[in-house]
Design a protein around this ligand. Structure first.
Ligand SMILES: [Fe+2]
Length: 268
């Protein structure tokens, strides 16, 4: 530990792609998405305990209903800390923002534990792929310029790099060159984190750790050329962030969750 580090790291939980629905029986490929989220939350509390901050990184609702977002808010009541929500391709941005605003989950820039968190909306209405509007890129630049000394975590829904899974190659972030050109100007960026790909992924790029994580419901097969789901338990990512910029992270799964995956589906 360096002199800049606080004794206790900031504990950050990423929950991604819960695909909740208005209907309590709502399931994705045979997996009830409320039940799988419940199992993940139980696992978080069992394995790690209370986080200091939760990042919910898109596809929060499968059907875009306000009820689905209310269910998320209700489930996150298991935690004592605040959460921050971003939209994915399945979300309805207006409904998400309405519920997020009511429960204080609409912050897009957070300073906590000596880190800054910048949450970007890469969703494009009616499309599966992502794109960062000029206004999002400007917002990112402004926040990074304002806090040049503070380690930064940037999060968005769509993958901003090739992940080696062919069928997802065209549904990531379209204007990723613009994103990286900007990020490359700011050495304080330590982590870029996303959802969308329903699998664990880890890369290093110019000193930045690039991370993606399992969904809290179904998992896509890593490296597959066509749509394919993998019989892996729902999961989450946990971070321990030191104010010096050092950090550790791990993915955990709710291995006790009992489910039967419909492997015959050609999409979700
Ligand atoms: Fe998703």
């Amino acid at each position: 530990m360096t002199s800049k580090e606080t004794a206790r790291p900031l504990r950050v939980l990423q929950l991604t792609d819960p695909h909740l629905m208005a209907n309590a029986d709502g399931a994705l490929l045979g997996v009830n998405t409320r039940d799988s989220l419940d199992a993940v939350i139980t696992e978080v509390l069992r394995s790690h305990g209370q986080p200091d901050l939760i990042l919910a990184t898109g596809d929060l609702a499968q059907d875009g209903s306000e009820e689905a977002y209310r269910v998320l808010a209700d489930r996150l009541g298991a935690f004592r800390c605040e959460s921050a929500w971003i939209a994915g391709n399945h979300d309805q941005v207006a409904s998400l923002r309405a519920v997020a605003a009511r429960c204080g989950a609409d912050r897009r820039h957070i300073i906590q534990g000596g880190w800054q968190f910048i949450l970007l909306d890469s969703s494009v209405s009616g499309k599966v792929h992502g794109e960062l509007a000029e206004s999002e890129l400007d917002f990112l630049a402004e926040m990074l310029e304002q806090h040049p000394e503070m380690p930064a975590l940037i999060t968005l829904h769509h993958h901003p790099v090739d992940i080696g899974t062919d069928w997802m190659a065209n549904i990531g972030l379209k204007n990723r060159e613009d994103f990286w050109q900007l990020v490359d100007r700011f050495p304080q960026v330590k982590i870029v984190l996303w959802g969308h790909i329903h699998q664990t992924h880890e890369q290093q790029r110019n000193g930045v750790k690039l991370l993606a994580s399992p969904s809290t419901c179904i998992q896509f097969t890593s490296g597959s050329s066509k749509f394919s789901v993998e019989d892996l338990a729902p999961g989450y990512r946990w971070f321990e962030l030191q104010s010096s910029g050092n950090f550790s992270t791990e993915v955990c799964r709710a291995l006790d969750f009992d489910f039967e995956l419909d492997q015959t589906s050609s999409g979700y």
